[in-house]
Design a protein around this ligand. Sequence first.
Ligand code: NAD
Length: 469
Amino acid sequence: MRMFFAAEWHDRAEHINVTNPFNGEVIDTVPRGTVADVDAAIATLVEGAKLMRNMPSADRCRILRKTVELIQKRAEEFAQTITLEEGKILAESRLEVSRGCETLEVSAEEAKRITGEVLPLDAAPGGAGKFGFTLRVPCGIVAAITPFNFPLNLVTHKVGPAIAAGNAVLIKPAGDTPLTALKLVECLLEAGLPPQAIACLTGPGSELGAAICTDRRVRKISFTGSYDVGTAICRMAGVKRVTMELGSNSPVIVMDDADLDRAAQLVAMSGFANAGQVCISAQRILTPRTRTADFLDALKPRVEALTIGNPLDETTKMGPMIRESDAVRVENWIHEATSAGATLVTGGTRCGTLHAPTILANVSPSQRISCDELFGPAVAVTPFTDFDEALALANGTNYGLSASIFTRDLDRALRFAREVDAGNLHINWGTQWRADFMPYGGLKDSGTGKEGPRYAIREMTEEKMVVIH
Ligand code: NAD
């Protein structure tokens, strides 16, 4: 495919291969964009931002709704593309397509609800007779820098609110998964988005990313990706608005009063979807010492039922990891933990990018598989003695994106919600659940700011204060 900027599709002499992570086959190529392309893209987006700022919200809403219709017509093509470039199984890709549509639909609704507030200025000394209100105006140009693991929905989480709020958008999709984002641009253009208001540049993340993030014409950076790249962007950005949606190693606390079968079923879902490559994957499973064996008995058959293979095959339950180097990293971290005394309950094997779904038990919290972000198909089970210890273990991490507890005790559930430092807290479900309209974002090193169209629009608009004297 070609990339889109300066109101046109562009090719370049140099290309980058897009490969199928399952078998390494080249499925397409994209141009290798340059720093000069970033400059040209932003110059046109400045014009696009003016068009968007003057576009009535009803029209912005209509464009987003039309985009949803166009994606829905091509839903199976989008799903196949996601599976081919990202490696998740088709059922998960189809779900992602419907979620991407939902995110755009909610953004379309929110386009009509951007309001300010009236302030009682007569409450201030000398304020009698004055009238004050706030106005929300678009930021101008929003840079949307996205990760590989949800090539459609995490792009719509930035593009939808940015357009709803009246901005121009520069998408820098992940190097491994640019095709879905380019197809989304096709739909946005066909739906009537002014071509000056959108760009999607393909090419090396660090080179293009640095040019985008240091450009003063970009007012807002919305980034989803790893902690390290997020930190580098924050250093480069200077005075800009920044949203950081970063990684995690989400804990699940299974209390002694929990329904173990249900907890096991939901841990299997939360830990292994998309081969564990989800920012809110369940990674650390904390179980009462006295019930750990029963919990493992319930979890093991469910994890062993996750057959791995070609994600295009409808019978496959788990596909490959994005790159072989990531699968090797998972293999190494598992090996480190077992060398330090952890027990391999199931899995632990690897063939190329396919890593078997793995359970480790008796894992020390100091192991990398417990304290870093694994982003792969394994869970680390660690026993605790009492609830205080469970809460301390859950909080014993730099991350804070999602956490969950299984218990029938309301007092414990509420204490968990108050005391565990995570942006998303689930009671009697796994860590991996999201409605796309809810406020979503991490605490601590998991990031700053919120997504979910209503909340993202707040971060993609500027607030002005107007006083009539
Ligand atoms: P990544 O950080 O490697 O890349 C993310 C994006 O940043 C890509 O588009 C990449 O090209 C770009 N990039 C790379 N170097 C850059 C630089 N120097 N300047 C600017 N941009 C640069 O992440 P990934 O491997 O694609 O995705 C996995 C990570 O994303 C995990 O840590 C995961 O937890 C996180 N993630 C977080 C959320 C969330 O909502 N919090 C959701 C999904 C994924």
